[in-house]
Write a protein that binds this ligand. Structure first.
Ligand SMILES: NC(=O)c1ccc[n+]([C@@H]2O[C@H](COP(=O)([O-])OP(=O)(O)OC[C@H]3O[C@@H](n4cnc5c(N)ncnc54)[C@H](OP(=O)(O)O)[C@@H]3O)[C@@H](O)[C@H]2O)c1
Length: 277
């Protein structure tokens, strides 16, 4: 595993484990398999309704708490109640502190949510605070009028949606870039069939998924692929024994379509849809 240092000095693994749409016993089994396979960063959220199962897996793993990096998110409907929601996450996850808590979307009273996260951060209940789905304009707004600069922005990022512009703005303000849907949620599977990806897979004796994840990690993007299948869980973490060349990274970078599937709510209809959650 390799790590990067966040803007408050703490370290985050460059690869973690996603749990969106993983539920119940299947979620618990997949998180336990991930920790046993060597993942240390686990990503969950209030909205995923699986924090208890993630917590059970953490407890069963017997890995010392300080070796793990646990992220959760406060949903936008809970921002005015963020402190209580974080306390609830702590209880469900069965831990004394969280490594990272994110505002899930830039909707609703996110200033209220951020102020409460800032307090919890200062009290030591959370080691770092950040945001998710924030376009650069929202990010600049938030960090300009508050005390704590988010350590990270978690946004949809993969071969076809590389977020190069967002990355530049994040870099400028010292905000790390974290990719959700790094494998295109298993929907944008044409990525797996791209000729360049296939050729690199053959060259390095790796799978297309491993090439896609390695490309993002080498582009200074933290990835959190999700799978409920043990073979894929192992496959997705096995990306630290090879390195793409600068030229190969450039070839993959040129395949960007700047095409989010879910992504930030650039389009009003996406925001409308989100409000029905
Ligand atoms: N902040 C946000 O708004 C937000 C939004 C979405 C996601 N996230 C976070 O980011 C994490 C990752 O994103 P995601 O789960 O949406 O998408 P993803 O990790 O890009 O893709 C997951 C899908 O790909 C499949 N898959 C996994 N490994 C594979 C492999 N090696 N080969 C082929 N298919 C593979 C999985 O299937 P199986 O499970 O059947 O193996 C699953 O259907 C989430 O789990 C969640 O923690 C955050």
């Amino acid at each position: 595993m390799i790590y990067r240092t966040l803007n408050n000095g703490i370290q985050i693994p460059m690869l973690g484990f996603g749990t969106f749409k993983a539920s119940g016993e299947e979620c618990e089994a997949s998180v336990l398999a991930a920790i046993r396979a060597g993942y240390r960063l686990i990503d969950t959220a209030e909205a995923y309704n699986n924090e208890e199962y993630v917590g059970n897996a953490i407890a069963k793993s017997s890995v010392p708490r300080e070796e793990l990096f646990i992220t959760t998110k406060v949903n936008f409907r809970s921002y005015e109640n963020a402190r209580a929601i974080v306390e609830q996450s702590l209880a469900k996850l069965q831990v004394e502190y969280l490594d990272l808590v994110l505002l899930h979307w830039p909707f609703g009273n996110y200033y209220a949510g951020w102020h409460q996260l800032e307090e919890l951060y200062e009290e030591g209940k959370i080691r770092a605070i950040g945001v998710s789905n924030f376009n650069p304009d929202r990010l600049i707004d938030l960090l300009s009028f508050n005390k704590v600069v988010p350590v990270i922005n978690q946004i949809e990022t993969h071969l076809y949606c590389q977020r190069k512009n967002e990355h530049v703005w994040e870099d400028k303000y010292g905000v790390a870039h974290q990719a959700y849907a790094p494998l295109g949620q298993g929907k944008a599977n044409k990525m797996f069939e791209e000729e360049a990806v296939q050729q690199l897979a053959v060259k390095y004796g790796k799978t297309p998924a491993q090439i896609l994840l390695r490309f993002l990690v080498q582009s200074d993007v933290v990835v959190i692929p999700k799978s409920v299948h043990e073979a894929r869980i192992q496959e997705n973490i096995d990306i630290f024994d090879f390195e793409l060349t600068v030229e190969e990274v450039a070839v993959l970078a040129a395949l960007d379509q700047a095409a989010p599937m879910t992504g930030t709510p650039e389009k009003p209809e996406k925001v409308e849809r989100a409000m029905t959650w």
